[in-house]
Write a protein that binds this ligand. Structure first.
Ligand code: HEC
Ligand code: HEC
Length: 195
């Protein structure tokens, strides 16, 4: 596996790209409009982003840039899923920005019962020991189900989902390592506070 340091360099490169994108003028989202649109999302993600079904991730309190990027990826076909591909297909840039403003406006609070020193070392530098992402482009993992985390890591490993950093991280993980990391983050209690 590559060292954590070289992954940080990769992550830095990735966030510089993201910054360049926003400098070209990112659409500004309106949380109230996003809340109205979230009626289409609530059966799976909840109105506040606390998921209602095990295969759907919690999205409340995720960074707006991350939510927008994922919806754009589903819409464009670079990330695919039978449900989300259909949901995202008709969203406009404005609606994506509005939904991102709504869901990111909540606060994700993690309650880690275990010793943080036992957190998976290769992951905690970016995702936190408690599963709260430490940078704008890093999603929270706290309280996501094992099945969701497992599915995403295997998708990165297979190349079904791609990302400069995560494809490299997942490529060298065994099934057991994937399971251990998924279990660590799934065991953390997540609360989403509406703002
Ligand atoms: C029928 C259920 C369903 C509906 C409705 C739905 N989603 Fe999803 N969503 C999912 C599932 C399942 C996934 C996980 C996809 C995967 O495994 O890659 C997901 C993934 C996502 C992700 C990626 C999150 C991450 O952590 O990577 C975002 C963002 C998202 N949905 C936003 C929305 C928004 C916004 C709406 C409403 C406009 C919506 N979804 C409607 C089921 C749903
Ligand atoms: C250098 C930073 C970095 C490291 C180290 C890292 N990640 Fe990630 N991770 C990211 C970024 C950035 C994303 C967002 C990828 C995207 O935009 O598709 C991500 C996405 C994920 C996702 C998808 C989450 C979702 O909501 O869909 C999972 C699961 C994940 N990482 C697990 C891990 C695990 C487990 C480890 C340790 C073995 C790890 N990551 C190490 C930066 C990192």
């Amino acid at each position: 596996m590559r060292s954590v340091d070289s992954l940080f360099v990769l992550a830095l490169g990735a966030s510089v790209c993201a910054g360049g994108f926003s400098a070209q003028g990112q659409t500004v989202g309106d949380p109230a409009a996003g809340k109205a649109l979230a009626g289409q999302c609530r059966t799976c993600h909840g109105l506040d982003g606390f998921a209602k079904i095990p295969i759907a991730p919690h999205i409340g309190g995720e960074p707006a840039a991350y939510i927008s990027a994922q919806l754009t990826a589903f819409r464009g076909g670079t990330r695919t899923h039978e449900m989300m591909t259909v949901v995202a297909k008709t969203l406009t840039d404005q609606q994506i920005a509005d939904l991102a403003a709504w869901y990111s406006g909540h606060k994700a609070i993690a309650d880690l019962a275990s010793n943080p020193d036992d957190a998976p070392e290769l992951c905690s530098g970016c995702h936190g020991a408690d599963g709260i992402g430490l940078a704008e482009d890093v999603p929270n993992l706290a309280g996501e189900t094992s099945i969701y985390i497992d599915t995403q890591l295997k998708a990165f490993r297979l190349g079904k989902r791609t990302h400069e950093v995560m494809s490299v991280v997942a490529a060298e993980m065994t099934d057991d390592e994937i399971r251990a990391a998924a279990d660590w983050y799934a065991a953390i209690k997540l609360t989403i506070e509406s703002q």
